[in-house]
Each structure stands twice: as C-alpha cells, then as structure tokens.
Design a protein around this ligand. Sequence first.
Ligand SMILES: [Zn+2]
Length: 349
Amino acid sequence: MTTDITFNENWERRWHPLLREWVILAATTSERPWSGETISSGPEENPVFDPDCYLCPGVTRASGKKNPEYQKPFAFTNDFASFSLEAPDVHRHEPFEIVEPAHGICRVICFTPRHNITLAEMSREELLDVVNIWKKEFDELGRNPAVKNVLIFENKGKVIGVSNPHPHGQIYATGYVPKVVQRELDSFIEHKVSHGKGLLEELVEHELKKGTRIICRNEHFVAFIPFFARFVYETYIVPRRHIAQITDLTEEETQAYAEIHHQMIVRFDNLYNMSFPNITMLHNAPTSGEEKNRIFHFHTEFYPPMRSPDKLKYLAGFESGGGNIINPVKPEEAADRLRQASTIHYKYR
Ligand SMILES: [Zn+2]
C-alpha cells in the first residue's frame, strides 16, 4: 500500500448537482496503479443453453409459462414481480401507517438466447437490437395511464447478487416516480429556471472543456466520469442534444448510443480482464404526461462496485448511516485508466 497522498484536490466535499448532495473525495489510501495482472474470476464454464435456466429459449418457467425459441432480445413480464397492476388499491393515511399501492409492471429482457455470454461480449449490432427493444418497451409501458415512470436497468455480476448468468436486464414501470429520478427532474427544472439553460448540456460542455474526465465520445454522445462521481468508475453517457427520453433518439442517434454504450462496457471488462460487475441505469423523463417532464435530460449512469481488481466498494457505516458517499480515487485518475483500456474485448484478442 502506497501512502502517495496528493494534497491538492483531496479531502474535498464535492457538490452533486443532479442529486443535490455532497460526495466526499478522500483519495488518502490511493492505490498503486494496477500492475496489469489478471485476477482469477473463476473459469466460466457455463453452457450455451441451460435447461435449468428460466431465461433460456424454450424453457418452461416456474409460473408454467414457456419461453419462445427466441433469436433476438426477448421481453416478458416478471412472474415474481416487486410491483403489480393487480396490487390492491389501498390508500391508508393513518398515524405512522401511510400506505399507497405498489402499482407497476416489471419486465425482464433477455439480451440474447445465448446463456453463457455477456452484453459486453455481444457485437455492437446485437447491442443495437437491445437498445431498440428498450425503446419499444419504454414506448409501450409509458403509454399505460397507470405508469408514471419507466426505469430501464441492468444488474450484472454475482457480487451484486445476480444469481443467473444469462445476460438480461430489467424494466420497472411504476405508478409513481422513483426518488432519484424525481430528484434529478427537480434539479433539471431548478437549473433551467435559474440559469436559463439545461443542466446536463452545460455539464457536458464543462467536461469537454476540462477534458481530463472524458473517456470517449462520438458525434452525438459523450462518456465521462463526473467531477462529483460517488463510485470510482461511475460513468455517465449523455447525449449532447437535449433529449428527454430514449424514444426521442433518431435512428442515427440510436446507433451512436449503441456504439458508445458498447464501447464503455468493453472498456469496463478490459480494465481488469474480467467480466466487470456493474449496475447500469437509463434515466429517462417520467411518463406521467406533465409538460415539465420534457426538461429532463436522458442519460445513462453506470455504478460499478469495483474499486480495484480485488476490492469491492461497500457502502459502510458513514455512507449508509450518514448518507454521503466517499470516493477513494480521483475521477481524473479513474477516467485515465478507462481511457487507456482497449476497445476490443479481451476475450477476442
Ligand atoms: Zn439461460
């Protein structure tokens, strides 16, 4: 362990303008640059088809429903969902017992029929199919009058509790707007009112001017680790044009999105030559139909839990109980590592 403490820009509280909270940068335990060894993430000897996997094509799920012999990404409603449109319509407002129904629809998206690969190992064209099903699902779910918000996400990796390796993501279409999306919307509106401009448009321009936290970009999108990153490799993909929701992307922009998303997840895997555990969130404008929702700026956030090849980031005492996350690595340093990571997946080299 090195004691390479940098006194500048350290022990800082950094303001997170979307969540409107402080993030602590405390790079006092700054680690040596990673030396290039690969960690043993265990041999992945999964078969291409697993008859015991409820996401594989042709398999009958526990609910008795049978998956089709799908070839392209396949979506279905989760048989054991956290939200349901059939939830009892309870509205109880008693002291200490305030209850509203958990109305919603939980969808599962199988990214590919192949059980034993990941999104990062799929081709850019296959990822484009996934982006297109995200758009289709968002459109259909968002039209449902019972749905106020559609949250598209992927949990990836055993370390964050994903037991089934079959590449899949989820969509929670809920009868209310989740806290983080609501907070971001409020921040977008407040910034627009006070600055007359879009928060993420201005942030992207700022990051491009600084340059040190940019990982990659294309004509329509920029990927960067924000100044106020909470996790070491926390990365945002933001469209340069103001777009409220994924369905507003033109065909060309959709392709550009698939391209940069693919490039980012390949870089993540190449960082430590391992399938990189990650949480991927696509933040879209709520679908409640209110005009102010249009101020929301569509973007993707990655929250990887890894801080080094053998260390996970846990939200420990101060963070869980105090509410401010401590980032142990400077965003510029982490961005530099991701920028240097190859864009060709390590398994294909
Ligand atoms: Zn499977």
